[in-house]
Design a protein around this ligand. Structure first.
Ligand code: BYC
Length: 312
C-alpha cells in the first residue's frame, strides 16, 4: 500500500468515527486541520479561565464578609483548576503549555471578550456568576459531547463547577435585592453593564463566524453561536424577572410565533474592538498575566531543577 492509500484509509476511519458519534482520542489519527482547530479552541478556553480570574480576584481583599470572601476565593481557585485541565487537554494534541502561555501574553491567542470589562462593585461578582457563568454553561454543556475525548471529559467537571458558580452568583444577587435601595441599584447597574457583553460571549453572528460550519461538521461544536445566544436570552429573562432587575434592552419581548424572546441588535463593532485588543481592560489583563508569569520564573526553575535531581 502506498502512503497516499494509507492516508485515505486513516481519513475514512476518522470520518466514520465522527459520523458514528464516537470519540477521537489522542492516539488516533486526525487531520492536521482538526488538530489545529482543537488546539485553538481549547487554548482560547484555557486562557479565558486564567484571565477570568482577574476581574473577580480584584474583589477578594474587599469582600463584604468572611463568608463571601471564602466563596469568592474558592470560585477563583476553581477557574485556575479549569485552566489547568484545559492546558492538559491541549497537551494531548501535542501543544506545549509554555508556548501557549507565550502566545497569550504576546497577544497572539484570544481569550473571552467578557474579561476585558472592569468589575466596579461587589454586585459585579454576583452578575458575573449569574450571567457570565450562565452563558459559559449554555455554551459548554453541549461541548461535553465534543468529538475530541479529552476536551469532552474535561468539560463534564468544568460544567458541574460552573453550575455551582452560577448559583452562588444568583444567591448573592438575591441577597442584595433583599437589602437596601443602594444595593438594588448596584445590582441593576451591574446588570446594565454586563448584559450586552454576555451576549457577545457566544461569538459573532452565524453569517460572520468563520469556524462554525467546519466545527459543527467535526462535532467540536454542537450548536451555532446564534442558537446558543437565543437559548441564553430565553433562559435569562425569567431569571431577571424573579430577581427584580430589568434587562437593558427595550426590544426584548416574547415572540409567540417563534416561541422565543426577540432581542435588540448587539453592537458588533464593540465586540470587534474588544477582540482586537481595544476593550476597556485588555492591556491591563495581559500585563497582569505577563507580570505574574515573570514573577513565577523562579518557581518554574526550582521545580524543573527538583525534577532533574529526582531523575539523576
Ligand atoms: N471572545 O468563528 P467563531 C469562561 C473569536 S467562558 C473572544 O465563531 P468559534 C469562564 C474566535 O475564537 C469563555 N474571541 O469561532 C466563564 C475566532 O477567532 P480565532 C470561554 C471570540 O471558535 C466564567 C473568531 O472570534 N469559553 O472561560 O467557532 C468564569 C471568530 O469566531 C469570542 C470557551 O472558550 C469571544 N467572545 O466560536 C471564568 C468555550 N467569540 O480563534 C471563565 C469554548 C468568538 O479564529 N469555545 N471569538 O482566532 C467555543 O465554544 C468557541 O470557541 C466560541 C467561538 C463560541 C468562543
Amino acid at each position: 500500500m502506498t502512503a497516499v492509500d494509507d492516508n485515505t484509509v486513516l481519513e475514512q476511519h476518522f470520518d466514520a468515527t465522527i459520523e458514528h458519534e464516537k470519540r477521537i482520542e489522542p492516539r488516533d489519527w486526525m487531520p492536521d486541520k482538526y488538530r489545529a482547530s482543537m488546539i485553538r479552541q481549547i487554548a482560547q478556553h484555557a486562557h479565558s479561565e486564567i484571565i477570568g480570574m482577574q476581574p473577580e480576584g480584584n474583589w477578594i481583599t474587599r469582600a463584604p464578609s468572611l463568608r463571601r470572601k471564602a466563596i469568592l476565593l474558592a470560585k477563583v481557585q476553581d477557574e485556575a483548576g479549569h485552566g489547568m485541565y484545559l492546558y492538559s487537554a491541549a497537551e494531548t494534541l501535542g501543544a506545549d503549555r509554555a508556548d501557549l502561555t507565550e502566545r497569550l501574553i504576546g497577544n497572539r491567542q484570544k481569550y473571552s471578550s467578557i474579561f476585558n470589562y472592569p468589575t466596579l462593585t461587589y454586585a459585579d461578582v454576583g452578575v458575573i456568576g449569574w450571567l457570565v457563568d450562565g452563558a459559559a454553561i449554555c455554551n459548554q454543556v453541549p461541548l461535553c459531547r465534543s468529538s475530541y475525548g479529552p476536551y469532552a471529559r474535561a468539560m463534564v467537571r468544568i460544567c458541574k463547577e460552573e453550575s455551582f458558580h452560577q448559583r452562588q452568583g444568583y444567591e448573592l444577587l438575591m441577597t442584595m435585592m433583599r437589602g437596601t435601595e443602594a444595593q438594588r441599584e448596584m445590582v441593576q447597574d451591574a446588570t446594565n453593564r454586563f448584559w450586552w457583553p454576555s451576549l457577545m460571549m457566544f461569538g459573532p453572528p452565524d453569517d460572520q463566524s468563520p469556524n462554525t460550519a467546519q466545527s459543527m461538521a467535526w462535532g467540536t461544536k454542537r450548536h451555532t453561536n446564534d442558537e446558543l445566544r437565543q437559548r441564553f436570552v430565553d433562559m435569562s429573562v425569567p431569571q431577571a424577572e424573579k430577581l427584580g432587575v430589568t434587562l437593558p434592552d427595550p426590544d426584548l419581548r416574547w415572540n409567540e410565533v417563534r416561541g422565543h424572546y426577540d432581542f435588540g441588535p448587539v453592537d458588533w463593532s464593540e465586540f470587534a474592538e474588544v477582540i482586537k485588543g481595544n476593550g476597556p481592560c485588555n492591556v491591563q489583563r495581559v500585563a497582569h498575566r505577563r507580570a505574574a508569569h515573570d514573577e513565577g520564573a523562579w518557581v518554574r526553575e526550582a521545580a524543573l531543577a527538583h525534577a532533574a535531581k529526582g531523575r539523576a
